[in-house]
Design a protein around this ligand. Sequence first.
Ligand SMILES: Nc1ncnc2c1ncn2[C@@H]1O[C@H](COP(=O)(O)OP(=O)(O)O)[C@@H](O)[C@H]1O
Ligand SMILES: [Mg+2]
Length: 257
Amino acid sequence: MVEAFAVASGKGGTGKTTSTLALGMALADEYDVTVVDADTGMANLLFHAGLADVEVTLHDLLLSDADAAVEAAVYERFGMKVVPCGTSLAAFEAADPDRLRDVVASLAADTDVLLLDSPAALGSKSAVLPIVLADRVVIVLQPTIPALSDGLKVQEYARSYGTETAGVLFNKVHEEEDVDRIAEQSARYFGGPTLATIPRTDEARRARQAGEPLLAYAPESVAAGAYREAAGALEVNAGESGAVADRFKSAVIPDHP
Ligand SMILES: Nc1ncnc2c1ncn2[C@@H]1O[C@H](COP(=O)(O)OP(=O)(O)O)[C@@H](O)[C@H]1O
Ligand SMILES: [Mg+2]
């Protein structure tokens, strides 16, 4: 079985990478989880996962003359399989986004939950691909009206490729913010529930500096608990692995999204 989730948002810096790794670690208690840094132009998952110095990354798998095996870019970390992406602009430019389909198809054949840390902007082929490929999208937002409107654009976009919303994560929430009011609006417009409300916390920043996911760095924190709650609220569907892999391979990606 496998279900693929894209972790997305309208803007950068909302906490997609933090959330991808946190959800991944929480889900790994129950499932075989693979997380992929599919934000190939602004990759930063490697820094969050202590993988800044590794030799082979997703970029090496996306080169048109790639001869690296997919497994060479898969690292067992924090109870998950982690596929980091490099940060070189030259490698990003040399990468063929279409190849991500085959890489994801190959990873999907051998895991229960696939989390694709996705790009923020939706303006290019490499940016929309994770949303096109995923079964469902988890939208990461700050609890403000403008952020909701960004998130709804992501949802609208995802739906145009048949990708439904699994749920919304409110991140970097200030104590005094009126999340309930926003969550009420959110429940009305998004296709999935509010999965959790994650407080703004210094531990998230310190975890990144330490090169560890939040759930490894501060497992007892309120934020970590909220991510575990979010993972519990995500009802993972058991797609048949072969069928999912075939769908990935044959996905049609827009040239001009
Ligand atoms: N709940 C939070 N509280 C405080 N800082 C956070 C929180 N979540 C993420 N951050 C910080 O915000 C920055 C951006 O987070 P990141 O997960 O890299 O976002 P994205 O992948 O969406 O660009 C990082 O420095 C991260 O440590
Ligand atoms: Mg990121």
